[in-house]
Design a protein around this ligand. Sequence first.
Ligand code: 4AD
Length: 432
Amino acid sequence: MKHQVIDIKNAKNFVGEGVTVRGWLYNKRESGKIIFLEIRDGSGTIQGIVHQPSVGDELFEKAKILTMESSVIVSGTINKHPKLDDVYELAVSDIEIIQLVTDEYPISKKEHGPEFLLDNRHLWLRSSKQRAIQVVRDSIIHAIYDFFRAEGFTKIDAPILTPNACEGTTDLFEIDYFGKPAYLTQSGQLYLEAAIFSVGKCYDFGPVFRAEKSKTRRHLNEFWMMDAEMPFCDQKMNENIQEDLLCSIVEYVLKNNKKELEILERDTAELYNLKRPFHRMKHKDAVKKMKELGLSAEYDDDFGAEAEIEFANSFDRPVFIEDYPAKVKAFYMKRAEDDADKARCADLLVPGLGEIFGGSQREDDYEILLGRIKEHNLPVEPFNWYLDLRKFGSVPHSGFGLGLERVVSWICGTSHVRETIPFPRVLNRVSP
Ligand code: 4AD
């Protein structure tokens, strides 16, 4: 009899029925006349039970020779687990082997070092924790799209090849564009600043590139950034929308990814307790507090990564650090009205990871912006189009960007952002 092909995650809807699942052998255990096959199909895993007296010798032998990661089509009847709630099993009645793996699968149950796992990232992705991270990543992307759509933002796709440095020239990847230099984008922000005059509030989402030679647990050389930009918006409103966005991402993941967070052994209390309003603190007050805590920090500098994380750990929820020294921030940021040495900006820090969002009000005056471009030793010509935006209907505007991998890392509780992107690009690695 032909059975209906199902996704394993839907097994609960087929109790008592004959079904077929298609996937890979994830694990195998034998106990006398029973072989337990753990089958994975991308949507979930299910335990298949091959009971020799019921299935006969031929099928039992087929189950016996199955090796890790062999691809199979398995049919049988779905039963509820006799003891566990919300767990279902497959009483196997047929196995079709699509490919029998003959090599030893490189990733075993024993502990492997990070470099070995990264060398085998194409296979490591199949393991349950790595799958869970990718599923949460997908949810976060959906949550972001849902949020912006509900808030009336339009998605704008910014280019990847650009003539300008958005975030300074020290970490640009330069390429030869038909004999002229071009750069891989560091952020779509400048293009969103052009788009607000067309569609109003907007956002982008795409890969960005930083040739940073930093080897920390929160830096990648290629990562996914979402930038948002809003006309007639000051820095205060900018922070409020970031607060709403982060809360709605966390709410979405808690609703849709309980299982994955369990697999990741994430202590979810911090996520359930996420409360508005987040803390807000000026950079100069943060430095004062950091010094009191014995952390190293300077009034005229950015924070070091580890001190920033330690500091973020001293709060019970995320904190916006506002008004950084302008000289450590990008050229496009508006200066604070009460202190021209400070930028009207804020980074959002979370416990365990530090900065996950960065944003600012943008300089909207043509002459001042031109002066800043020169002060930062940036070539004016490639910025002429950007300067035009201050000539034709300039308005106060603000925006922010989030690093997707940092958000995923914080929500999943991973120790390094490299696990949050399918194929990480870091200082010493551009493969697989
Ligand atoms: O603070 P950043 O550099 O801000 C911008 O690029 C602005 N143009 C964004 C905007 O205002 N539209 O980067 C934004 C976020 C950071 O808060 C951080 O989460 C992430 O991008 N990020 C990185 N993530 C991984 N690896 C790196 N090397 C990162 N650099 C920044």
